[in-house]
Design a protein around this ligand. Structure first.
Ligand SMILES: Nc1ncnc2c1ncn2[C@@H]1O[C@H](COP(=O)(O)OP(=O)(O)OP(=O)(O)O)[C@@H](O)[C@H]1O
Ligand SMILES: [Mg+2]
Length: 188
């Protein structure tokens, strides 16, 4: 029998996967479901993870982060950080802290964030940044981009419907890392 070279037996190279990262799209129809999605995403997160939340005012970024905080079992209620740019939620158990950043007014981007002098180790925390697109990517080569969009509908009943797109960037997320399993979970 002809021998197949080892290289040829392997699945696509990681570089090829990174070039076309998988996107998981989930439809969410209530604030509660958004929070539940946050809890489930929290189950996939590890210390050092960076999550970027994108979506217009009132899209549900903070609501999702509230679920992340519950799932990560951290101290303190997650609220809109109106008067602070970042808030640290220490872990109640053995897990990572949650650092919740609102980059809306973070004009200077990353430098300014480093100046915040957060009393926490970012590599040991989960860092979630609202409005972080284009500002804090340098924090990590590995990122989870979450884009929340209002469903475009003509009926009032669609007001609470959101489309949530999850896209992992970098080696950390190169094989989906469980993101694909989230889509079915909330549609029941
Ligand atoms: N499916 C949904 N998911 C999330 N929030 C929803 C949904 N439907 C309605 N809402 C409402 O939309 C609002 C979302 O507010 P939230 O503070 O989470 O948004 P945000 O994206 O963080 O806004 P901001 O840009 O001001 O920080 C809440 O009042 C929530 O009750
Ligand atoms: Mg918010």
């Amino acid at each position: 029998m002809e021998e197949v070279p080892l290289e040829a037996q392997r699945s696509p190279a990681p570089a090829a996967e990174a070039a076309s990262p998988a996107e998981t799209v989930i439809t969410i129809d209530s604030p509660d479901a958004m929070q539940e999605l946050g809890r489930r995403i929290a189950g996939l997160l590890r210390p050092g993870d960076l999550v970027l939340l994108t979506g217009e005012l009132g899209a549900g970024k903070t609501t999702l982060t509230r679920g992340l905080g519950e799932g990560l079992d951290v101290r303190g209620a997650v609220t809109s950080p109106t008067f602070v740019i970042a808030r640290v939620h220490p872990p109640l158990g053995a897990g990572p802290a949650l650092v919740h950043v609102d980059a809306y007014r973070l004009g200077g981007g990353l430098d300014e964030m480093e100046d915040l002098d957060l009393d926490v180790s970012l590599p040991e925390s989960v860092v979630v940044v609202e409005w972080g697109d284009g500002k804090v990517e340098e924090l990590s080569d590995d990122r989870l981009h979450v884009v929340i969009a209002r469903a475009v509908g003509h009926e009032e009943v669609l007001d609470d419907v959101r489309t949530v797109s999850l896209r992992g960037v970098g080696a950390r997320w190169s094989r989906g890392a469980g993101l694909e399993a989230l889509s079915g979970a909330l549609s029941e």
